[in-house]
Design a protein around this ligand. Structure first.
Ligand SMILES: *[C@@H]1O[C@H](CO)[C@@H](O)[C@H](O)[C@H]1NC(C)=O
Ligand SMILES: *[C@@H]1O[C@H](CO)[C@@H](O)[C@H](O)[C@H]1NC(C)=O
Ligand SMILES: *[C@@H]1O[C@H](CO)[C@@H](O)[C@H](O)[C@H]1NC(C)=O
Ligand SMILES: *[C@@H]1O[C@H](CO)[C@@H](O)[C@H](O)[C@H]1NC(C)=O
Length: 510
């Protein structure tokens, strides 16, 4: 009975704490060279890869051009950073403006800045020095896949030097405590959550940044992201790569070829529908629900391509076969070890392309985004002068497929909120040494995958909360009963008679 009661308590505790994860997951690119290297020498035989250069050609061009008053060219190159530590935007916060670098995260919905000193950041937003800061007197807390912070809600005015003109009033979470959120080597002091209100904390009444911006400046309800760190070393702090966050539309000079759109299934994360994965020419052939279990999202705040465990295992298996590289220690695939080659040797030609098929806006069609090994076999420098070391840019995930920065660096990605769709086109900066590292093509028939690849698995937060509250209600009821029972038998035992026939009581006094 005690066990039973303990498990009831545990259940109560668990449900009241069931947040769902905000997927921010950042890698610092710091490896301990004495333990993390996989120096097993690799025999570089003939590549078994036959790369099929089928081309898009007749893809639908659905790019929309800038409509009005915003000058997108002024926003080009307004980001700095890399996939490893995230891409950040310079913003002026408060009156007079305090300059802070803010991480661009399409996988969460709070705008939050450091409001107290922390060993890993150089400066923070000093609320006392802003004449326009207003505290809302409400606590707020966000937990990410990695890291968390706590703070206080307020509002203030912000402007973006390389953004739409004007000053807007937005909700700010002032970060007072954090753990594993600011990391060594990051050069940002806050986070800009660009997803939908449903993910905002403490609740969706806290209007997210981009909603406020669209409402107050009148720019179109769309933004687009180009991140240019492809093929650059993930630990090169001196010279961060660039990128662009175009607020209000699409800048045509940032992509090549056709823009392909996939519907946003639900407006919380940028949730999309993945129909198929290919490694090289090989279709993984999993049930398409595996790819979307429990969701598939596009998230600039996650470094790697994260795959549901079954999918991850199938991908590693397929890469191992295709690449003829079998003597890797498993540490490479799990991310705890680097693989190194002597300088001058390049391992990239031994790895296959990886293609993700997404549902097109015409539901009976799909298109595929393809990343070359240059994007997912990522160089890490400064380990040892004679070696080139790489890490695996794909990791297993327990909470869904995440198209993270590793993949996004190949594409110009359009978050077309107005039309509820995410667009992909090959990015103009997705090349290393003049060779493109990403491809996109379509249309492919998706009539064979007309059945929903999503559903059954997905648990939305409101539902989760309803379940949580319902369970808490049940818990409370059970507790009351248990308390009552705690007293009843004691009294009755003195009387020497047991009248209650319920099994609960019989068990309790056995
Ligand atoms: C690297 O790992 C070794 C062995 O565990 C340890 O002795 C050393 O202090 C580590 N170095 C760093 C920089 O963490
Ligand atoms: C590869 O290319 C050949 C001809 O170029 C084509 O017939 C074949 O269907 C392609 N295979 C794939 C998987 O794209
Ligand atoms: C902001 O306004 C200035 C002056 O009117 C203009 O030159 C500039 O292009 C505008 N910037 C943006 C991003 O629209
Ligand atoms: C959607 O795709 C199917 C199959 O390719 C095609 O027959 C149909 O005409 C398309 N519908 C629209 C509205 O383009």
């Amino acid at each position: 009975m005690l066990l039973c009661r303990v498990s009831v308590f545990f259940l109560c505790f668990w449900t009241s704490n069931s947040h769902y994860n905000i997927p921010l997951k950042i890698f610092t690119g710091k490896f301990n060279s004495s333990v993390d290297l996989d120096l097993s020498s690799l025999k570089l035989g003939e590549s078994s890869l036959k790369q099929n250069e089928t081309d898009s050609g007749n893809g639908l061009s659905l790019a929309s051009d800038p409509s009005g008053t915003v000058n997108f060219l002024d926003m080009v190159n307004n980001l700095k950073g890399d996939a490893g530590r995230g891409y950040y935007l310079e913003m002026m916060i408060g009156t007079p403006g305090q300059t802070l670098n803010i991480l661009v995260d399409t996988g969460s919905s709070n705008f939050a800045v450091a409001a107290a000193a922390h060993p890993y950041i150089t400066h923070y937003f000093n609320r006392a020095l802003s004449s326009t800061y207003r505290s809302a007197g409400r606590a707020v807390e966000v937990k990410y896949t990695q890291g968390s912070w706590e703070g206080e809600l307020g509002t203030d005015l912000i402007s973006i030097p390389k953004g739409p003109n004007g000053t807007i009033s937005i909700n700010i979470a002032a970060i007072l405590f954090s753990s594993d959120f600011f990391l060594p080597g990051v050069n940002w002091q806050g986070i800009l959550g660009l997803a939908y209100p449903l993910l905002a904390r403490p609740d969706s009444s806290v209007e997210p940044f981009f909603n406020s911006m669209v409402r107050q400046t009148g720019i179109p309800n769309i933004f687009s992201l180009q991140m240019c760190g492809a093929g650059l070393s993930a630990s090169n702090t001196a010279d961060p790569a660039g990128g662009s966050l175009i607020m209000g539309g699409i800048e045509p000079t940032l992509y090549r070829g056709s823009m392909w759109y996939t519907p946003i299934l639900e407006e919380w994360y940028y949730q999309v529908e993945v129909l198929k994965l290919e490694v090289g020419d090989q279709n993984l052939n999993l049930d398409c629900r595996e790819y979307n279990s429990d969701k598939a999202i596009v998230d600039s705040g996650t470094t790697l391509l994260r795959l549901p465990v079954n999918v991850f295992n199938a991908v590693v298996e397929a890469i191992t076969q295709t690449s003829l590289i079998q003597d890797f220690s498993s540490g490479f695939w799990t991310g705890s070890k680097l693989a190194c080659w002597l300088k001058g040797e390049t391992p990239l030609k031994f790895f296959p392309k990886i293609s993700i098929y997404l549902r097109a806006t015409n539901a009976s069609q799909s298109f595929r985004i393809t990343i070359l090994p240059q994007l997912y076999i990522q160089p890490i420098t400064d380990i040892d002068g004679t070696l080139n070391c790489y890490r695996f840019g794909i990791s297993p995930s327990a909470n869904g497929l995440v198209i993270g920065a590793t993949v996004m660096e190949g594409f110009y990605v359009v978050f077309d909120r107005a039309q509820k769709r995410v667009g992909f086109a090959v990015s103009t900066c997705a090349e290393t040494g003049g060779v493109p590292v990403a491809e996109i093509s379509g249309p492919f028939s998706a009539v064979d995958v007309t059945s929903e690849c999503v559903g059954g698995f997905a648990i939305r937060e409101p539902l989760l909360w309803i379940i949580a509250y319902a369970l808490m209600g049940v818990c409370a009821l059970v507790l009351v009963i248990l308390l009552v029972l705690l007293f009843l038998p004691c009294r009755r035992r003195r009387d020497g008679e047991i009248t209650d026939q319920s099994s609960l009581v019989r068990h309790r006094i056995k």
